[in-house]
Design a protein around this ligand. Structure first.
Ligand code: TTP
Ligand code: MG
Length: 388
């Protein structure tokens, strides 16, 4: 029989804001917003995070700071002190290392642990989670929320359910019961688009998805259909990845005829960037490395890459880099046979910090979302960008 896996997901509560409240007792119990300077409501930039007191006013991460100011002008607004938060993060990961070597860091304040082989040192699996929380509290003064479950997905959901300072255990025998009432959007890989299709089919909860015919799901979603069905049945073999798997999203096209025509080349690069960025968004990824591939007549193949500071998945950001890379490449009058665009250095969207993101970027994101929606409804040709 296969050994039962015990996966723990840990996520610190209101991480940056809690550190500020710890270090400045006068801010405890008050709404605290960490992020850009609000400049009395005229500031640009966004909220990194806020204390739970501020969340009651509707303030949240990635919200334009000007809006946060209007929602809660009495809040304490603080700048991001990344160096300090990184140090605390390291301290926390050192503590986690005392509980198991199988740690997958997801972000500055979030990790998966596999405690299957080590929990006995602390009593039960649940005792281990309590011990982790206690040590973090004792040594950093901060609270963590913890989920314990037989699968990664369930552990992640569980850690979120009783935030802040939560500890939720899902036992193997209760896994299906736990998943059944949850919104189908909790299933990994089910984004708004897939969720809408499922809702139209009458599937709203994970339990309803589990009852659905597997083959039907395959005919609707291809390979993903199998994954959705399995996750709905609590089947998830993916373990804790101590070193994260390298993944990329790419697309390429070969021209019907080798070409030097600037217009067709530009159009192709735009199409490729649209496709890659749409797939990143659909799969919930952002990328840090962007690569253009250029194959010339005679099959000589070249690639040029750039690593960007702020992970991206919007068309504009990706196309800007691709265009630059392409323009800096010397064709030396050779015709182009194939073009490719690749996005790598992927991270999950919800692992991102929007520290560098300003309001304009947030606006672009909403515009892009609106475009995605219209495309979803009316097909790809429904909106064409000005420059195509
Ligand atoms: P989160 O764990 O998403 O948020 P949080 O810890 O502040 O609150 P929660 O209790 O809901 O877990 O992110 C961890 C830190 O990452 C957060 O404190 C600040 C930073 N961050 C940003 O800078 N921008 C963002 O958009 C998000 C989501 C987080
Ligand atoms: Mg957190």
């Amino acid at each position: 029989m296969k050994k039962e896996r015990l996966i723990v997901h840990i996520d610190m509560d209101a991480f940056f804001a809690s550190i500020e409240q710890r270090d400045n007792p006068q801010y405890r119990g008050r709404p605290v917003v960490v992020g850009a300077d609000p400049k009395a409501g005229r500031g640009r930039g966004v909220v990194s995070t806020c204390s739970y007191e501020a969340r009651k006013f509707g303030v949240h991460s990635a919200m334009p700071i000007s809006i946060a100011y209007h929602k809660c002008p009495e809040a304490v607004f603080l700048p991001v002190d990344m160096e300090k938060y990184k140090q605390v993060s390291e301290q926390i990961f050192d503590i986690l290392g005392d509980f198991t070597p199988a740690i997958e860091q997801v972000s500055i304040d979030e990790a998966f642990l596999d405690i299957s082989d080590t929990y006995k040192l602390h009593g039960s699996p649940r005792d281990t989670c309590a011990a982790i929380k206690n040590r973090i509290k004792k040594e950093t003064g901060l609270t963590a929320s913890v989920g314990l479950a037989p699968t990664r997905m369930a552990a992640k959901i569980a850690s979120d359910l009783k935030k802040p300072d939560g500890l939720v255990e899902v036992r193997k025998e209760n896994l299906l019961e736990f998943l059944r009432p949850l919104d189908v959007g909790y299933i990994w890989g089910i984004g708004p688009k897939t969720k809408a299709i499922l809702n139209q089919t009458g599937i709203n909860t994970i339990g309803e998805l589990a009852k659905y015919d597997k083959n039907q799901l395959v005919s609707m979603f291809g390979k993903n259909g199998i994954a959705f069905w399995e996750m709905a049945h609590g089947i998830d073999e993916s373990g804790v990845e101590t070193a994260r798997e390298v993944k990329s999203v790419s697309s390429e096209t070969t021209f019907e005829k080798d070409t030097l025509d600037k217009k067709s080349i530009e159009k192709e690069l735009i199409d490729l960037c649209e496709e890659v960025s749409a797939r990143l968004r659909q799969d919930g990824f952002k990328c840090r490395t962007i690569t253009v591939k250029i194959r010339l007549e005679g099959f000589q193949t070249h690639t040029r890459s750039v690593t960007i500071r702020e992970p991206a998945n919007l068309f504009d950001s990706i196309y800007r880099e691709i265009k630059r890379l392409y323009n800096n490449f010397e064709l030396k009058n050779k015709k182009v046979r194939l073009l490719g665009v690749k996005a790598s250095g992927l991270s999950g969207v919800d692992e991102q910090y929007s520290l560098f993101k300003d309001e304009a970027e947030s606006r672009k994101e909403s515009v892009q979302k609106a475009i995605d929606k219209i495309r979803e409804k009316f097909g790809r040709g429904a909106i064409t960008r000005g420059h195509t």
